[in-house]
Design a protein around this ligand. Structure first.
Ligand code: ADP
Length: 516
């Protein structure tokens, strides 16, 4: 069989809002894409679950649909390769049937367990061994919670797996997990690339109750005929495990070499760099997850990214947003225009954007939003600009921690909804004093998964060569005139944060107490 006659890889990205499928050729051209949405079930503020069968069906249908849309033959598909959201956990029985829904990263029920573990030396040690911050998002924490709160279920479970493992088990009857997803469970040793004894003992599970860890390029073959036919693929099509969406987004943005970081701000935000040996942060501010053979991603995620601008649009500046709509504009573009009327630094108005608490670098769930420095001359436009700047100051805090851990970057590749705003991108360049570029790749994680598919099939030998696929369209250089004011404001911002830590706890406690 000659594989060179098979020009396409299908990428499937199993996200928390949708499964996206792409058909990609070996130049990185996306021939077609398809998205299938599914809900998150949140019966209480602490529960965030999904139906794993719904996601499995979306994968089957997504692959069939994207083949149809691209107008290609299933025989021309070299491989199918996967990306998936991190940190999900479910229990299955011996037949592979779900015993629980899929508990997602957003589920908060294990918060009490992580609050305790974080204060213990074991918690710190687990972080340095696994690279996963001790946080309710992690499967380690979810297992601790399940063991105590659902002991019968915990005892009965045959395996504890994530969503991608569920899909692979349905298709091939084997439980395999790539190093990248495994390393985001909080149970996987980053150095040994195997399940971590201390973390397993803390969770109370044996390695046999988890999937077998495999590298990103590992492929399974031997689809059951009926499932192959349902997807429109030959039964011998290799299915490559791929990785986790965060690390793969770096790859898909072409940010693979030292000195090139990827920065994404959608609803939340993240800054990540790639290194060739695992490294954790002495102060515990960052995560470190495996990407693929010899590559690790280090970075930090923030809760309050683009969602802060959405809050401006829907709460603070509703009238202005409406005015924008009346003018036939995207309200975000109109709000950006209003922010543009105010000089850099928003006339000394600072915004600490912690409406959703915060993750990296301080991991302070009790942090809350603050406007600081309000004066009589400030207008709504100052507040709009201050919010945009506040998000950038926060990204800067993560970037500083990251620079201390892996060295400073030369270029930052920006993506996500915020990258549509030239003003916001320029603020980023000015505050971080770095060159900010934007690439054409919208679906970075899926594109990264497609590349891993070609790489696994031997079409590429170096992850760095994905740079041929990804073109940096626009670039912003730091404006030295803006730097002094931003420097002063970021210093005040850091001090205001430090001085408010106790008061954040007090107000969060009051809010919890008086919540209806
Ligand atoms: P998600 O994280 O849900 O995938 P997106 O990547 O689409 O979201 O990003 C949504 C966020 O991007 C919005 O909340 C907003 O902050 C920002 N955004 C979207 N469009 C624009 C725009 N034209 N200008 C500035 N910001 C924008």
């Amino acid at each position: 069989m000659t594989t060179t006659s098979k020009p396409y890889v299908i990428a499937a990205d199993l996200g928390t809002t949708s499964t996206k499928t792409l058909v990609v050729d070996d130049k990185g051209t996306i021939l077609a894409s398809h998205a299938i949405l599914y809900p998150m079930y949140t019966p209480t503020p602490d529960i965030a679950e999904q139906d794993p069968q719904e996601i499995y069906q979306a994968v089957l249908r997504g692959i069939r649909e994207v083949i149809r849309k691209a107008g290609i033959r299933g025989e021309d598909v070299l491989a199918v390769s996967f990306s998936s959201a991190m940190h999900s956990l479910m229990a299955v029985d011996e037949k592979g049937e779900p015993l629980t829904p899929l508990i997602t990263w957003a589920d908060n029920r294990s918060a009490a367990y992580t609050a305790r573990l974080k204060k213990e030396p074991t918690g710190r040690e687990i972080y340095h061994r696994t690279g996963t911050p001790v946080h309710p998002m992690s499967p380690l924490a979810k297992l601790m919670w399940m063991r105590d709160q659902e002991p019968d279920l915990f005892a009965k479970a045959y395996k504890f797996i994530g969503i991608k493992e569920f899909v692979f088990a349905k298709l091939f009857g084997r439980y395999v997990v790539d190093h990248s997803i495994a390393s985001a469970t909080g149970l996987f040793n980053l150095h040994q690339l195997d399940w971590d004894e201390l973390a397993l003992a803390t969770a109370g599970v044996d390695a046999v109750r988890l999937s077998v860890p495999v590298p990103a390029g590992h492929a399974e073959t031997g689809l059951p005929a009926a499932l192959a036919a349902e997807m429109g693929l030959p039964a011998d099509t290799p299915f490559v495990v791929g990785g986790a969406d965060g690390p793969l987004a770096n790859l898909g943005a072409g940010a693979v070499e030292p000195g090139v970081w990827a920065l994404t701000v959608g609803t939340s935000g993240a800054v990540r760099g790639i290194i060739r040996e695992p490294r954790t942060d002495a102060k515990g501010r960052l995560f470190c997850y495996a990407l693929a053979d010899g590559y690790w991603t280090v970075g930090g995620a923030i809760n309050n990214g683009g969602v802060m601008f959405r809050w401006v649009r829907d709460t603070l500046a509703t009238l202005e947003a409406e005015e924008g709509r009346r003018k036939g504009m995207d309200p975000y573009d109109y709000l950006t225009e209003l922010a543009h009327t105010v000089p850099p630094g928003s006339g000394g108005l600072l915004f600490l954007p912690f409406l959703l608490g915060e993750r990296s670098p301080n991991w302070n769930a009790n942090a809350r939003g603050v406007f600081f420095g309000l004066a009589m001359n400030h207008t709504k436009n100052h507040m709009i600009r201050a919010v945009m700047e506040g998000v950038v100051y926060r990204l800067n805090s993560v970037a500083q921690a990251l620079s201390e851990t892996i060295g400073a970057p030369e270029e930052i590749r920006a993506s996500g909804g915020f990258a549509r705003s030239p003003l916001w991108r320029q603020m980023l360049a000015d505050v971080l004093v770095k060159t900010v570029t934007v690439t054409d790749s919208v679906e970075s994680s899926a594109l990264g998964a497609a590349y891993i598919g070609f790489y696994a099939m031997g079409r590429f030998s170096r992850l760095e060569d994905i740079r041929d696929w990804v073109v940096a369209r626009t670039s912003h250089r730091a404006n030295s005139e803006n730097y002094p004011i931003y420097k002063e404001l970021t210093n005040i911002y850091a001090r205001v944060y430090d001085q408010l830590i106790g008061e954040f706890d007090a107000i969060a406690e009051l809010q919890h107490r008086s919540m209806p």
